[in-house]
Design a protein around this ligand. Structure first.
Ligand SMILES: Nc1ncnc2c1ncn2[C@@H]1O[C@H](COP(=O)(O)OP(=O)(O)O)[C@@H](O)[C@H]1O
Ligand SMILES: [Mg+2]
Length: 362
């Protein structure tokens, strides 16, 4: 891939100020590149820092959250790139939503219950396009267009109150709202978590089609690795505020090299009778205020040795890719002996359960 990244994140750090005035780091030095028309999935258990990372990228952290270091460069129409962490005021507000938009975790219930959906669309457009005077009819037409794109009937939705829509319709309406100014990047934080399986599937399929039609990039945040893998070109696994493994979706599924990713894959419930039973990861994520000195996963890891308790391993390339393409990386001292011995249930369409691990080193 010789293409330039649309969004580049380097050594991003986010900390929350706690009650006692202490700062606790929830994102601890994250690097990634998002390429045009690509989907990057951020996966990990609850508390791993996924939402904090997403909110940090858009500079939408709660008041106690602070970006304490790193760099975020956005290359939209300006090939030189925009330093997102230095943008302020109206420039930042316009960048948000018109270039990078987000569907927030739990947002399905965030529509104002006393306003009709159409009015909330109009408010969003006015807030983010302050200089552009759009007439009522234009606002309505753009809202309708965006709703049609997410396969909703505008006539039915615009004049409804949020509670009159089903959960799936509300989530689609939120995606329509995020896409209304045609951003190049869409961040979706657990967009299907509260929905039943059929509705989840319909939303994932719709996102896939929309991306093909409109050509935006996505950051798809999910604790559900199986779901994320259906949309993502690349997957990054987060643990305790860091990316501890990243690679193409097939790399991560067929030959994960971090024991935590292996654990996440094995925890996926089987979809076929007779498939390997899911095994959950023992233990709980660490307290970010009291991280162990070495690898933060070591206390839960079957591969851990004394060295793991002493050294916090950096991400290293475990499988190189041709020049210019991001490689498969893992932050584990024992990556060479980490194997997905028992394959989980259907990782990807067309991937048989007993497919051999790809390009296993040694
Ligand atoms: N507003 C906040 N104030 C203090 N700590 C927070 C806040 N939001 C999240 N955290 C902490 O930051 C860590 C990461 O949380 P979060 O980003 O929500 O993870 P995830 O989205 O992966 O579940 C957790 O330890 C969480 O308790
Ligand atoms: Mg979250």
């Amino acid at each position: 891939m010789t293409e330039t990244a649309l969004l580049s994140v380097r050594d991003l750090r986010v900390a929350y100020r706690t009650g006692g005035g202490r700062m606790v780091e929830a994102v601890r030095g994250v690097d990634f590149d998002l390429y045009p028309e690509q989907t990057l999935a951020l996966v990990g258990e609850s508390g791993s820092g996924k939402s904090t990372l997403g909110l940090g990228l858009l500079r939408l952290l709660p008041r106690t959250g602070h970006i304490t270091g790193g760099e975020v460069v956005y290359r939209g129409s300006d090939p030189e790139g925009t330093d997102v962490l230095r943008m302020e005021g109206s420039r930042l507000r316009r960048w948000r939503w018109s270039e990078v938009a987000m569907v927030f975790q739990g947002a399905m219930n965030a529509f104002n219950p006393v306003l009709k959906v159409g009015d909330q669309f109009a408010d969003t457009m006015r807030a983010h396009l302050p200089r552009q005077r759009l007439g009522k009819a234009q606002v309505r037409e753009r809202s309708a267009e965006s709703l049609r794109a997410v396969r909703l009937e505008p006539g039915q939705v615009l004049d409804s109150y949020p509670h009159e829509l089903s959960g799936g319709m509300r989530q689609r309406a939120l995606i329509a709202l995020a896409l209304i100014l045609e951003p190049r990047v869409l961040v979706l934080d657990e967009p299907t978590t509260a929905l039943d399986l059929l509705t989840q599937r319909a939303i994932v399929d719709m996102l896939q089609e929309l991306r093909a039609e409109r050509g935006f990039s996505m950051i798809f945040i999910s604790h559900d690795l199986a779901l994320a893998s259906e949309l993502a070109d690349r997957v990054a696994t987060m643990y305790a505020g860091r990316i501890i493994e990243s690679g193409t979706t097939p790399d991560l599924f067929r030959a994960p090299r971090h024991p935590y990713t292996v654990g996440l894959i094995r925890a996926v419930p089987p979809v076929r009778a007779g498939a390997v039973e899911p095994v959950s990861i023992p233990g709980a994520p660490p307290n970010l205020a009291q991280l162990p000195p070495g690898c933060s996963f070591a206390p839960r890891c079957g591969h851990a040795t004394d060295a793991c308790e002493a050294t916090d391993p950096a991400l290293r390339t475990v499988e190189a890719r041709p020049a210019g393409q991001p490689s498969h990386e893992a932050a584990c001292l024992h990556w060479e002996s980490v194997r997905l011995d028992t394959a989980p249930a259907a990782a990807q369409d067309g991937t048989p359960n007993d497919a051999p691990a790809k390009e296993v080193a040694q």
